[in-house]
Design a binder for this molecule. Structure first.
Ligand code: MTE
Ligand code: MO
Length: 377
């Protein structure tokens, strides 16, 4: 049941080891060593980190499909080409001379919650917390595209990173495209700074794309080229990986804007291994964050009995249009014993987090209610 990584299997692509069966789904809740290896490389936000409106950089989640590339800023260049009047080649100083903008933005990986699914899609086994909020500084992409001059027939913009690897037997650069209309939004940035400091290597240094509202996969790190296309891009990350589908073969809908979500800061103190919480009898302040890339959050509710009854939480306005909102709820913990605390948010479009997992074959967009086990002492 537990295949191990096979050392030295590098001679031919057909010999790359695979985990689980061909469907990529695993009914056994125990994770494979290969998933654990990914989990160490790609860490989530510790839930107590939800206390900070702006996530300290080292606490911000990170997700890298292949390797973090080593980039020499002194020689780094960003090329802009394709359906443009003039191709550009820009270095970091060229970008930083342009108009700059800073925005506070919440970003979440589309795969967050994948590890909670049954059966489980075998990939990065996020539980909860592949999310963070940072102040990002950069220059609007729109200005750069206009300087290059868009030719008629331009439809999409393709972003390529400096990282390369193999997924589903396809050797590839990490690439994602955006529809032209999204790429021209004035809040889509070429960003070189996170939380008032130069980007750290794992977050895409020297320059990454930022697309507020979209799940993480759109925010291409270690940018090396921007290419304007006449047709929708059909590469792996757009056409196959980030899809909502019931089987891995089915095309399904593309993953784009973040679905409504909320998380709770676990109250009390944790048991080291299980993370079950211990709280004292009496008033307990429950707090957390809620966000949606689709529309504003209008309501957050809390349940203290596993979702049998829901109560409205206090909701604070966001510190910025693209940032999560803080919520709080005073719980009177009177009954000793085990309790399951839950939170769920509803957005202005009427979307509410489901009680059951949102299951897709690639484990995208699972926004089920967040549950925290607590023992009242
Ligand atoms: N070049 C490149 N960009 C990338 C990725 C990647 O693997 N390579 N991962 C994407 C995914 S899936 C996510 S969730 C975010 C994570 O950004 P972070 O590591 O800065 O939190 O980066 C996105 N941009
Ligand atoms: Mo992601």
């Amino acid at each position: 049941m537990m295949p191990s990584l096979t050392p030295g299997m590098t001679s031919s692509r057909t010999e790359l080891p695979s985990v689980g069966d061909a469907s990529g789904l695993e009914p056994d809740p125990r994770i494979y060593p290969e998933e654990l290896q990914l989990a160490f490389r790609n860490h989530s936000l510790v839930l107590e980190g939800l206390r900070y409106d702006r996530t300290p950089t080292g606490m911000h989640y990170t997700l890298t499909h292949y390797d973090v590339p080593y980039v020499d800023v002194a020689t780094w260049q960003l090329s802009v080409g394709g359906l443009v009047d003039r191709s550009l080649s820009l270095n970091l100083a060229d970008l930083q001379r342009r108009s700059t903008r800073t925005l506070r933005m919440t970003m979440q990986c589309a795969g967050d919650g994948r590890g909670l699914l049954r059966p489980r899609p075998v990939a990065q086994p996020w539980l909860v917390g592949a999310v963070g909020t940072a102040d990002w500084t950069g220059t609007p992409l729109r200005g750069v595209l206009h300087e290059a001059g868009l030719m008629s027939g331009a439809q999409e913009v393709l972003f390529t990173g400096l990282d390369r690897g193999i997924e589903a037997d396809v050797e590839q650069d990490y690439q994602r495209s955006l529809p032209l209309g999204e790429a021209l939004r004035d809040d889509v940035l070429l960003a070189w700074s996170m939380n008032d400091a130069p980007l750290e290597p794992q977050h895409g240094a020297p320059v990454r794309l930022l697309v507020p509202g979209w799940y993480g996969m759109a925010h291409v790190k270690w940018l090396r080229s921007i290419e304007v296309l006449a047709e929708p891009y059909t590469g792996y990350q757009n056409a196959r990986a980030y899809r909502y589908s019931q089987t891995r073969e089915e095309a399904g809908e593309p993953v784009s804007l973040m679905r409504v979500r909320s998380l709770m800061i676990p109250p009390g103190i944790p048991d080291f291994l299980s993370r079950t919480r211990l709280v004292r009898r009496g008033p307990v302040e429950l707090r957390g964050r809620a966000w949606s890339g689709r529309s504003a959050i209008v309501r957050v509710e809390v349940s203290t009995n596993g979702g049998a009854a829901w109560h409205a939480a206090e909701l604070e306005p966001p510190s910025s249009m693209h940032a999560w909102q803080s919520w709080s709820f005073e719980w009177h913990a009177t009954q000793p014993g085990m309790h399951e605390l839950c939170c769920r948010a509803t957005d202005a479009a009427g979307e509410c987090q489901p009680t059951e997992a949102y299951w897709t074959a690639r484990g995208m967009g699972n926004n089920e209610v967040h549950r925290v086990q607590v023992i009242v002492d």
